[in-house]
Every structure is written in structure tokens, then in C-alpha cells.
Design a protein around this ligand. Structure first.
Ligand SMILES: [Zn+2]
Length: 108
């Protein structure tokens, strides 16, 4: 496959959210949780230039904050749940989203 060939952006983003190579969708993009592989194990695409620094952490904070904080008061008023249940549910959601989002946002 030619290195400079145009690729479908939606398909590349879908592959990236699946943590696979944005070009072929078969090779692994990460060595670990956030460590990017130097190259795709399937097609050899150079991935070592994927540097995001603190971007994924900031993006995760923004997304989690903007999703959960506006839902907290309406959820409390609508369902009248015990505060301990609210704290448990929203804490679990915050932790789950905070673990899921950084690898996905690193690929953006
Ligand atoms: Zn590949």
C-alpha cells in the first residue's frame, strides 16, 4: 500500500477507536495502555510520530466533566436517588470514562 495514498477519514478514526492501525485496521497501534507502537505489525505504517503529550488527559477531563456534571442535578431531581447511590453511580461512570477515553483521544 502506498504511504502517501489518501485514506477514508471515518474508516481511519473507526480503526483508531478499535486501537488498531488507522491504515489497515489489523495491526495493533498500542504496545500497552498508552504506549504507541513504533510501526504497525501488519502493514508497517510508521506510528512513532504519534505524540500527544498531555492532550489526552486534558481532553478526558473536559469530556468527562462536560458529560457528567450537567447530568448530576437533573438525574438527582428526576430519580430522587439516595446521595450514596448517586455518588456511587457517577463515580463509577467518571472512573470508567477516564479509563476508556485517554487511548481513544490519543489517536485524534
Ligand atoms: Zn497497519
Amino acid at each position: 500500500m502506498e504511504l502517501t495514498a489518501e485514506r477514508d477519514t471515518k474508516q481511519a478514526m473507526l480503526f483508531s477507536f478499535k486501537r488498531t492501525c488507522p491504515r489497515c485496521g489489523k495491526g495493533h497501534m498500542f504496545n500497552g495502555y498508552l504506549a504507541v507502537s513504533p510501526e504497525c505489525s501488519n502493514c508497517g505504517l510508521d506510528l512513532k510520530h504519534q505524540r500527544a503529550d498531555d492532550g489526552p488527559a486534558y481532553l478526558t477531563i473536559v469530556i468527562v466533566g462536560h458529560l457528567l456534571v450537567p447530568l448530576f442535578v437533573p438525574a438527582y431531581k428526576a430519580w430522587d436517588l439516595h446521595p450514596a447511590v448517586m455518588a456511587t453511580v457517577f463515580s463509577t461512570l467518571a472512573v470508567a470514562l477516564s479509563l476508556i477515553l485517554p487511548p481513544a483521544s490519543k489517536e485524534l
